[in-house]
Design a protein around this ligand. Structure first.
Ligand code: G6P
Length: 364
């Protein structure tokens, strides 16, 4: 089917703004009452380790999933980018599941990494958008993310839909492994079902993100900081910004600030801090204060209580609705995408077709 921009200026804008609907549809494909509907035999009780491999945005989805699988399901996860994984001859222990995430299902390095795992891992799972793709076909079980066709080179709705499926898998693993009661699972699924509505509320903050993006568009370098589940998202935010606005952006774990990037801080380097008011918030605030004490301009993306606790010295704040701490990666992805989008608009770059990039990298 032909896909048009449905009145939006760019495919990327359309794909950002359709996320509430797309997520709701993706959820309805995977949920039946208080049950997660997954293919027969997809059980994690006999699995001791999951190896997750991908490229680009899909890799940051894997990095996020690592936190979920380890904390919720107590299941160790290894993650790597496919171009490294495929050549470093990684040993694959017994009782391992290999999981590949790819929007297109055609990324050459990811496909090669999958082939490397064939015969070594107990089973090969993939999380793909294109259900007929090579990666899907070569997997034992392929799980579609149901994002619909994604045209913008910078991935947006595919990322949130990848996170959605990976989160469902982490919940499934937790219940298979006796780490989660059926009541806890029901609560988690109810929170997830409410997320499309929360997405709408987050997209309503667009004007404040756009304003910050315009102010940031003049910068040469931008630093993204996050802790815990916000650390992979800091990477995704930095990737989005560099992909389409060509502003140099780097992500660091907040706790690593002192081990290098703090040397870069001055008035000219905006620092995007993604920090919901969770159990790690105080630590992030103290990192933020170290930035501000050196003249750094902080754009804080947080919730209402976080904004209040952060104090007056923050350069700009984007306030998102509060959600369960586990769901923050999906929600905070939206302002990260909007920030990149509006910075690109301010710079006049080609949002949907950024220079030198391809939607799908089918050669090495
Ligand atoms: C390219 C695209 C990215 C994407 C990456 C992995 O670099 O520009 O948006 O994240 O490939 O693609 P895949 O289709 O495997 O998810």
């Amino acid at each position: 089917a032909r896909v048009d921009k449905s009145g939006y200026k760019h495919f990327m804008a359309k794909e950002i703004w359709e996320q509430p609907t797309v997520l709701a549809d993706a959820l309805s494909a995977y949920l039946d009452g208080d049950d997660i509907v997954l293919p027969e035999g997809l059980d994690f009780s006999e699995t001791d380790r999951v190896t997750m491999v991908a490229c680009g945005t899909a890799y940051f989805a894997c990095l996020t999933a690592k936190y979920w699988f380890e904390t919720i399901a107590g299941l160790p996860v290894e993650t790597d980018v496919a171009s490294e994984f495929r050549y470093r001859e990684p040993p694959i222990p017994d009782r391992s599941t290999a999981l590949f995430v790819s929007q297109s299902g055609e990324t050459a390095d990811t496909l090669a990494a999958l082939r490397y795992c064939r015969g070594k891992a107990d089973r090969i799972l993939s999380v793909v958008n294109v259900a007929e793709s090579s990666i899907a076909r070569e997997s034992d079980i392929a799980l579609p993310i149901h994002a619909g066709v994604e045209i913008g080179v910078a991935s947006t709705k595919a990322f949130t839909c990848q996170l959605n499926v990976l989160y469902l898998l982490a919940l499934k693993a937790a219940s298979d492994r006796g780490r989660m009661t059926s009541e806890e699972l029901a609560t988690a699924l109810a929170e997830l079902r409410a997320l499309p509505g929360v997405f709408n509320a987050a997209l309503d903050r667009d004007a404040s993100v756009a304003e910050a993006a315009r102010a940031m568009a003049e910068a040469r370098d931008v630093l993204f900081l996050g802790r815990g589940l916000m650390y992979p998202l800091a990477h995704e935010g930095a990737l989005k910004l560099k992909e389409i606005s060509y502003i140099h952006a780097e992500a660091y774990a907040s706790g690593e600030l002192k081990h290098g990037p703090i040397a870069l801080i001055d008035k000219a380097v905006p620092v995007v801090v993604m920090a919901p008011n969770d159990h790690l918030f105080d630590k992030t605030v103290s990192n933020m204060q170290e930035v501000m004490a050196r003249g750094g301009q902080v754009l804080l993306i947080t919730d209402a209580t976080g904004a209040e606790a952060a104090g007056e010295d923050v350069w700009r704040t984007v306030i998102l609705p509060e959600v369960s701490p586990r769901l923050t990666p999906l929600l905070y992805a939206l302002p990260a995408q909007l920030l990149a989008y509006h910075a690109a608009i301010a710079k006049g770059t080609d949002v949907d077709q950024p220079r030198n990039l391809a939607k799908s990298v089918t050669v090495e």
